[in-house]
Ligand binder design. Structure first.
Ligand code: TXA
Ligand code: MG
Length: 321
């Protein structure tokens, strides 16, 4: 299949109306989009992504006034948070109503809603009579795409159209939360400023695979991985075993001068976490295409957005240890 990369919203709209899938830009990563109210379209999403049917999809709305349209007695706190911080990289889980097909939520009663902050995708959503279900536009388990070129490389021949919105400004996925009775639970760390959530609820709980509570399948231990072996530097680097290999290096602010490195990428010379998040997946995509034996990556300071970046790095390396 020839894949068109274009800014033509009308073409994007016609394809979605015909239950076809397209890739859409958001401020976080590109999504693989289909009509959220159409079971045949949603089936295609799981097939193209090779995603297990037990992993639910995020439903993307145009504006927060639509929350009530697709939910059943939504929590006050959830509505308040999504209204206050949308459009933006915050996804909130609500009780769904019967308009949302069960396949979207993997059979669960909860649906995850978000309003993406990207002008072209908001323009598209404003023209549709249905919301869009969209997981990240990568094959299940691999690195998420932050440019049309990444999408083309990974899903190209399987989808007809990529809506071109340029590179994604945030670079890591949205923060997924649920909120009830003034208690916020973070199911997936992400691009949303975690300090704002701490201000809303100083006792918020961050779930992860170590808590053993897999309420969100996105918290899988192994995820977001390149095909090339990936280790954290310096903790997982074994000089005696690794130094003869062809090595790629992703450094936070600098690259060590005492290693035999074939290709290297710095995430942010200034040590800026926003810039590091913006470059992270592109760096992994680029080094993954270079026929290296090993990619070494440094973690970043674990504060604010750094927590989400380290979460992605740790889950990307989990496949290789
Ligand atoms: O930034 C993003 O969130 C991107 C863009 C395209 O919007 N989307 C994205 O989708 O990252 P995906 O499918 O790759 O990740 C969605 C996450 C998964 O961890 C999934 O398990 C969780 O959200 N999720 C979705 N619906 C849920 C639900 N009802 N309950 C709990 N977790 C849910
Ligand atoms: Mg994903």
């Amino acid at each position: 299949m020839e894949t068109i990369i274009s800014t033509d919203i009308q073409q994007a709209k016609s394809l979605l109306q015909a239950d076809e899938l397209i890739a859409i830009p958001t401020e976080t990563v590109y999504g693989l989009a289909g009509n959220a109210l159409s079971t045949p379209a949603i089936k295609k999403i799981y097939e193209v992504k090779k995603r297990p049917y037990h992993n639910p999809l995020i439903v993307h709305l145009y504006e927060s006034s639509q929350i009530q349209q697709y939910t059943e007695s939504p929590s006050e706190m959830g509505i308040y948070l999504l209204k206050k911080y949308s459009p933006g990289p915050l996804t909130v889980i609500f009780q769904k109503n019967s308009l949302i097909p069960d396949i979207v939520t993997a059979g669960m009663n909860q649906v995850a809603l978000r309003i993406p902050k990207h002008p072209i995708t908001l323009a598209l959503l404003s023209e549709l009579e249905f919301p869009i279900a969209a997981p990240s536009a990568n094959p299940f388990g691999y690195i998420s795409p932050t440019t049309p070129a990444h999408v083309l490389q990974q899903l190209g021949s399987t989808i007809p159209f990529i809506l071109d919105g340029g590179p994604c400004q945030k670079g890591v996925e949205s923060t997924v939360i649920s909120a009830s009775d003034n208690q916020i639970i973070v199911h997936r760390l992400g691009a949303f400023d975690i300090d704002l959530l701490f201000e809303e609820d100083p006792n918020l709980v961050i779930l992860n695979h170590e808590t053993g509570k897999l309420t969100s399948p996105g918290m899988l231990k192994q995820h977001y991985s390149p095909r090339t072996r990936l280790h954290i530097y310096p903790t997982q680097f074994k000089a005696e075993e690794h130094s003869h290999l062809k090595i790629g290096f992703i450094g936070f602010t600098t690259i060590p001068s005492d290693l035999p490195i074939a290709h290297s990428i710095v995430l942010s010379k200034e040590g800026d976490l926003d810039e590091a998040a913006f470059h992270l997946y592109d760096a992994l995509h680029r080094l993954d295409a270079m026929q290296l034996d090993l990619i070494l990556i440094e973690t970043v300071p674990s504060k604010g957005l750094g927590m989400a970046i380290n979460d992605r790095i740790n889950r990307a390396v989990a496949k290789f240890i």
